[in-house]
Design a protein around this ligand. Structure first.
Ligand SMILES: Cc1ncc(COP(=O)(O)O)c(C=O)c1O
Length: 415
């Protein structure tokens, strides 16, 4: 008997009521916020958790022996445990708080890459990377004399795995760094296959999960990755906090990234020794309130359910792709809805993406226009920029209808 897994249907209108930003009008129109891939909006519950922390439990962490310092430390460590559970990490010491996904990747590129790469080694990324998972590796490869190789894209905007053989033939692959979901096309990449391939080559695998962790369950043990980077602000959390998860054995063997207070074991005139994980990688005062906010955001998205969110976004992507197909002269980029999250990139023939975005703004619709920090991808697509509409757990069909009405108006302006 076939077994079907019923997913609870997300009531986005009910979710939306938790987000005060939607209580306003923009240019007299309801706000259609279709730029969640850049940063998500914030639920009341997350903001209240931060306010409560500042109002009742604020002090610097890990230093004081008084009640407030102990409360603040417990709040920070409680948030770390929530991240561990979210990612199914084996050990809470592997959860490093950083500023954002960019810093998480830089941490690995510098602290692992600079000390482990050299001439004759190969660093592999993809043509689909955000600059945050491209530029640090290109830079570190250049500094260490390693080669920099790229997994190519096919016509649909998906990774062409047939290019792996030629890359493997180059020899000593040491790092494979890819995203799980493309911020530009929404493509969901075959990470398990890529991890297995990287490990077959003897390489470590660095996963940029900035666009996946907010939208689907990410299990670091099931994926088998060695490092995973996420940003809090894209998953209903505050700005200013991200996470690097790394395998404890790799993190323990690495040199620190930032140096100073808190990350030391002892400091002598002749020598400084490093603290234990995670402290070795958390120099300076921690993003304490931000961690509390991230913990509350994790509670929020997991209560809605990451599988439920993923199903909601697939449905919205299919609806948007169908309706956008009605617009004359539109080019839609990326794979079919079932192989992408809630991200739709497009161009309208003869209209600059910034003009599209500006006219849409007058209709209350917020989308992103530009290269989306993916210039190598733009080169591959043969364009300077695209428009991008992106969805999340609070996105409703009416916002997509508002987008279509706006695009119809764009067509009229540029008829
Ligand atoms: C796929 C991907 N990776 C990395 C980043 C960088 O995230 P942050 O700016 O929070 O460091 C982004 C941000 O858009 C992204 O979409």
């Amino acid at each position: 008997m076939a077994v079907t897994t019923a997913t609870v249907k997300l009531d986005a209108h009910a979710v939306r009521a938790d987000f005060p930003i939607f209580e306003q009008k923009i240019h007299g129109k309801p706000l259609a916020f279709l730029d969640s891939a850049a940063s998500s909006q914030k639920p009341r519950q997350m903001m209240e958790a931060m306010t409560a922390f500042y109002s009742t439990s604020y002090a610097n962490v890990h230093r004081g022996v008084y009640v407030l310092a102990e409360r603040a430390t417990a709040a920070l460590e409680d948030a770390r445990e929530k991240v561990r559970v979210l990612l199914n990490a084996p050990d809470v010491r592997e959860i490093i708080f950083v500023r954002n996904a960019t810093e998480a990747i830089n941490l690995v590129a510098y602290a692992w890459g600079m000390n482990n790469l050299g001439r004759g080694d190969v660093v592999v990324v993809t043509e689909l990377e955000h600059h945050s998972n491209f530029v640090p590796w290109q830079y570190v490869a250049g500094k260490t004399g390693a080669q920099f190789a790229m997994i190519a894209l096919d016509e649909e905007g998906e990774l062409d795995l047939s290019s792996l053989e030629a890359i493997a033939a180059q020899g000593n692959i040491r790092v494979v760094a890819t995203n799980q979901v493309s911020n530009s096309l929404g493509t969901i990449n075959p990470v398990e296959k890529l991890v297995a391939w990287a490990h077959d080559q003897g390489a470590i695998f660095v996963l940029d999960a900035a666009q996946s962790a907010p939208h689907m369950a990410v299990d670091v043990q099931a994926l088998g990755a060695d490092f995973v980077a996420i940003s809090g602000h894209k998953m209903c959390g505050p700005s200013g906090i991200g996470v690097l998860w790394g395998r404890a054995d790799l993190l323990s063997a690495m040199e620190p990234f930032l140096l100073g207070g808190h990350m030391i074991n002892s400091v002598r005139l002749d020598k400084t020794t490093w603290g234990e994980l995670p402290h070795k990688f958390e120099a300076g005062t921690a993003p304490m309130a931000e961690a509390v906010g991230l913990g509350a955001a994790i509670d929020y998205v997991t209560a809605v359910g990451l599988d439920t969110i993923a199903a909601h976004e697939h449905e919205l992507a299919a609806y948007a792709l169908g309706r956008m197909g009605e617009i004359p002269g539109i080019t839609l980029y990326g794979p079919p809805a079932e192989r992408r999250t809630g991200i739709v990139s497009f161009n309208i023939e003869g209209v600059h993406p910034h003009d599209v975005a500006q006219i849409l703004d007058m209709h209350g619709v917020a989308i992103r226009a530009g290269h989306h920090c993916c210039q190598p991808l733009m080169q591959k697509l043969g364009v300077a920029a695209t428009n991008r509409a992106s969805f999340y757990l609070y996105t409703v069909r009416e916002e997509i209808d508002q987008l279509i009405d706006g695009l119809t108006a764009v067509r009229k302006v540029f008829a």
